[in-house]
Design a protein around this ligand. Structure first.
Ligand SMILES: [Zn+2]
Length: 122
């Protein structure tokens, strides 16, 4: 009978400035799905940063979209790679500064897939 309606107003205190309405394919991946994916991509990338090639630890590396979602990149594994924290930070800064996909990142390629046929080459 009681519907706990009193809890609802608390959910409205969200800063929406950073939230972009992204749907379908371009949806951000989160939670355990993201952790599993990160691990899988990390293994595919042989534990290396895809830009500077340094050896990185799983926990000190970051799963990144080579072409960011806001620039039309996809969540396909051929657009996902492992970056070290420094490369990821610099790449993000350049993307913000230029407002377009990072030209440095585009000089590097996502390692060839060898863990199954789940990738769609476009
Ligand atoms: Zn790096």
């Amino acid at each position: 009978m009681a519907k706990l309606k009193t809890l609802q107003p608390r959910l409205k205190a969200i800063d929406t400035r950073r939230i972009k309405p992204v749907y379908g394919e371009a949806r951000r991946i989160s939670g355990s799905t993201r952790m599993n994916l990160k691990r899988r991509i990390y293994v595919r990338d042989s534990g290396h940063c895809c830009m500077c090639q340094r050896v990185v630890d799983l926990h000190s590396s970051e799963l990144d979209h080579r072409i960011a979602l806001q620039f039309g990149g996809s969540n396909n594994e051929d657009n996902l790679w492992t970056l070290c924290i420094e490369c990821h930070r610099d790449k993000s800064l350049r993307e913000v500064a230029s407002g377009q996909p990072d030209s440095e990142a585009l000089k590097h390629h996502v390692p060839a897939e060898d863990i199954g046929a789940s990738v769609t080459i476009v």
